[in-house]
Write a new protein. Structure first.
Length: 457
């Protein structure tokens, strides 16, 4: 895991400092240009994140493997080497939101118990692909009904329901979602996702009348959730809808309750609060999240139901650091300081898209005692929105000589690489992982200009 070593004044992953990793990459030619940005993952942190869920599940007894499922939301990060590690570490389902994600997940079907396929606008071709995946792998593909027209299209596309399992996406209409950016809130009344209770009941009645089996309920609250009360509200709402299911005549035996919503991570945990500052947000833990579902456990055990959790960010968000050599610093006529590197909105779009915070730090040990200035940390992209941090206090002189300065943007494992772009014809960076034994493995090659331009040939 990433940590700061006080003795050497170095940020390290395991026993490897990020500065030493950079030097090795330059010396071996892994880094084509010494000013290129690159991403480093921690294998240990990935494994620990998965184990946190499995440990929380184990508190419910020896049958927890039958009671709980852990489904990775691939949209957080679709690096296939990372996906393989997650599955080998204990993830047993994969949640997808496109036919291409489903195609990738299919490759790992041998070690998976099933797949989840979400989406507000699933194409008929994607639904037929889900049918094919279920037949080829023999594993269930849970397709969520997102609307009345979605239900009609599912019936049009799906020929048989042997391994295709139809669930209904329930929007519990949580009234308030504090500390969550509206772009990542998915359970509000005006959200495009899912249906309210009344609409769900109407669809469920229709399914019973038409002989289409409903295999579960899916709900998703949003992302960066820090308050356990939101999950508690969702569980209470699900319990009411389960009661509706029983009244309608839906068979709850082997039913699935798929609880989606990204448990937040503390992106600001690296900051030391001053006495006069307001305390930072306290984040609910994996144990809190699993405990919040306890009102469903008795019903689940009675009916041999399965509760599938669907994390993305909390499994991979804190596993990676985006690094680059500082290209230069400058000062505007108003006195604002800028730090410029190869790290841009292309690789880390969350700050400019969601006003999200990512911690930025100087990784070079010999800079720790330099004077502190507030910098806007920006990249080379031709946009004023190209920044990864605003007014970041960094111990750095404006004169970068004689030694190179390396910076790191922390917690980029989720919704950074998967949302990366080629804007300004920039190439996506090399990705590496520090293994448990300290070995440095390439898990993602740097993109080539030839590959980017090949679609125009």
């Amino acid at each position: 895991m990433l940590h700061f070593c006080e003795n050497s004044e170095q940020f390290k992953i395991g026993n490897r400092s990020l500065v030493s990793i950079y030097k090795e990459m330059v010396d071996t030619g892994l880094l084509e240009d010494e000013e290129d940005n690159f991403v480093v993952y921690s294998e240990q942190q990935v494994i620990e994140n998965v184990n946190a869920y499995r440990t929380a599940f184990s508190k419910f007894g020896t049958d927890q493997r039958n009671l709980f499922g852990l489904s990775y939301a691939m949209k957080a990060n679709y690096n296939t080497n990372l996906l393989k590690l997650l599955i080998n570490s204990g993830v047993d389902h994969v949640t997808t939101v496109s036919g291409n994600e489903l195609k990738i997940a299919e490759k790992f079907s041998e070690k998976l118990n099933g797949f989840v396929f979400n989406g507000t606008g699933k194409k008929l071709s994607e639904l037929r692909k889900a049918q094919r995946v279920s037949k080829v792998t023999g594993k269930p593909v849970y397709i969520n009904i997102d609307s009345e027209f979605d239900y009609d299209r599912i019936k049009l596309a799906i020929e048989d329901y042997e391994n295709v399992k139809i669930m209904i996406r329930y929007n519990p209409d949580v009234t308030q979602m504090p500390n969550i950016h509206p772009y990542v809130a998915t359970a509000l009344a005006n959200s495009k996702f899912g249906m309210n209770r009344t609409s769900c009941v109407a669809i469920l009645k229709k399914m019973v009348d038409e002989g289409v089996k409903c295999s579960g309920i899916h709900t998703h609250l949003g992302s960066t959730i820090s308050e356990i009360s939101l999950f508690e509200q969702a569980v209470a709402a699900i319990k009411l809808l389960l009661g509706d299911c029983e009244e309608i005549g839906v068979d709850l035996h082997n039913f699935v309750v798929n609880i989606g919503g990204g448990l937040g991570i503390d992106y600001k945990r690296w900051i030391k609060n001053n006495v006069d500052e307001a305390p930072r947000t306290t984040y609910c833990t994996v144990e809190d999240l699993v405990e919040a579902t306890s009102p469903l456990v008795a019903l689940a055990k009675t009916n041999q139901m399965k509760l599938i959790f669907e994390p993305g960010r909390s499994l991979v968000g804190n596993t990676a650091v985006l690094c680059a050599k500082v290209i230069g610093t400058k000062q505007s006529s108003s006195g604002k300081h800028f730090l410029v590197s190869d790290i841009s909105m292309n690789e880390c779009i969350r700050p400019c898209l969601y006003s999200a915070y990512h911690h930025v730090a100087i990784l070079s040990a010999n800079r720790q005692n330099s004077p502190t200035n507030n910098f806007d940390v920006v990249g080379p992209v031709c946009e004023s929105a190209d920044f990864v941090g605003k007014s970041i206090p960094l111990s750095l002189t404006m004169d970068l000589q004689p030694s190179p300065v390396l910076i790191g943007v922390f917690d980029v494992g989720a919704y950074c690489g998967s949302m990366a772009s080629n804007y300004n014809l920039r190439l996506r960076p090399i990705e590496l992982m520090v293994s448990m034994d300290g070995k440095l493995d390439v898990i993602g090659q740097k993109e080539s200009l030839t590959n980017v331009l090949s679609r125009f040939e």
